[in-house]
Every structure is written in C-alpha cells, then in structure tokens.
Design a protein around this ligand. Structure first.
Ligand code: SF4
Length: 42
C-alpha cells in the first residue's frame, strides 16, 4: 500500500480507505493521486 496522503489522513483498513478529517490539511494532493478519482471535495 503506497502512501496516498503524506499527512496520514488516508489509512487502509480492511481493504477500505478511511479518511481521518482531523489529520487532513486540505493540501489536495490526494485528489490527483487517487487512481479511481474517488476523492471529491467541495
Ligand atoms: S487533502 Fe492532503 S492532507 Fe487531506 S487527505 Fe488529501 S492528501 Fe491528505
């Protein structure tokens, strides 16, 4: 599992990605990095 989020806000658990909002600093790096474009932000 490569690191999606350098802040540790995206963690893999039971084959799912869980998002830890408290660790997210809104850098938006994860959005182009997501292979499925599954991350959406407003
Ligand atoms: S926006 Fe940045 S800090 Fe937030 S989850 Fe994505 S990569 Fe991590």
């Amino acid at each position: 599992m490569y690191q999606l989020c350098e802040k540790g806000a995206l963690e893999e658990k039971d084959n799912k990605i869980i998002f830890i909002a408290e660790k997210c600093d809104d850098c938006d790096i994860c959005i182009p990095n997501c292979p499925s474009q599954a991350i959406l932000k407003e």
